[in-house]
Design a protein around this ligand. Structure first.
Ligand code: HEC
Length: 158
């Protein structure tokens, strides 16, 4: 019995890494890493935007400190150097698991412009989020607009 179990464990131990290797073998780890990094970055945007968005929509109580922190995070994120996330060959026509359209790599100056538009909007939000709810609400639209403008142009809709 012990020997059977030992053999079973050995078989599983050998099988597991092989399974993983098969699943990932078609994507270059550097490309996969770039995709994971930019999607994680986007999720951090969404998390922080969700906090101020809930307040703006009246789904959460306005809290100047939390609003300021989330707005500062969005601004700080928008100021990170993001070039390495957008590795050539990581578009959704080349690999699975990404919604980044090939158009990104054909329009780099416009992508940068859209990223800078987000930074400008985030500066406005960071300056106003901690003042009061009305100030937060009026500064938030530009941020949502900047996210959406880039998504409409460069993210596969689904
Ligand atoms: C300069 C362009 C650009 C800007 C600005 C931008 N995004 Fe994105 N976003 C993308 C692209 C391209 C993808 C698809 C990435 C992928 O799948 O590899 C994406 C994906 C996402 C995703 C999905 C992430 C996942 O796990 O698949 C979320 C959520 C998101 N963005 C939120 C935001 C929010 C919120 C903002 C604004 C605060 C924002 N984005 C600003 C281009 C942008």
């Amino acid at each position: 019995m012990a020997k059977v179990l030992r053999n079973l464990c050995l078989a599983l131990a050998l099988a597991a890494p092989a399974g993983v290797a098969v699943a990932e073998s078609h994507i270059d780890p550097a490309i996969q890493g770039a995709i994971t990094a930019r999607q994680s970055h986007m999720r951090l945007y969404a998390h922080n935007l969700g906090i101020v968005g809930a307040m703006a929509q009246g789904n959460a109580e306005y809290d100047a400190e939390r609003a300021s922190a989330a707005a500062s995070n969005i601004l700080a994120l928008s100021q990170l150097m993001q070039g390495s996330y957008w590795a050539p060959g990581s578009d959704n026509a080349s690999v699975e698991g990404t919604r980044a359209l090939p158009a990104i790599w054909a329009n780099i100056p416009d992508v940068i412009e859209k990223a800078e538009a987000l930074t400008a909007a985030a500066e406005g939000l960071a300056a106003n989020a901690g003042t009061d709810l009305a100030s937060l609400q009026s500064a938030l639209g530009a941020v949502g607009g900047a996210c959406g403008a880039c998504h409409r142009a460069y993210r596969q809709s689904n």
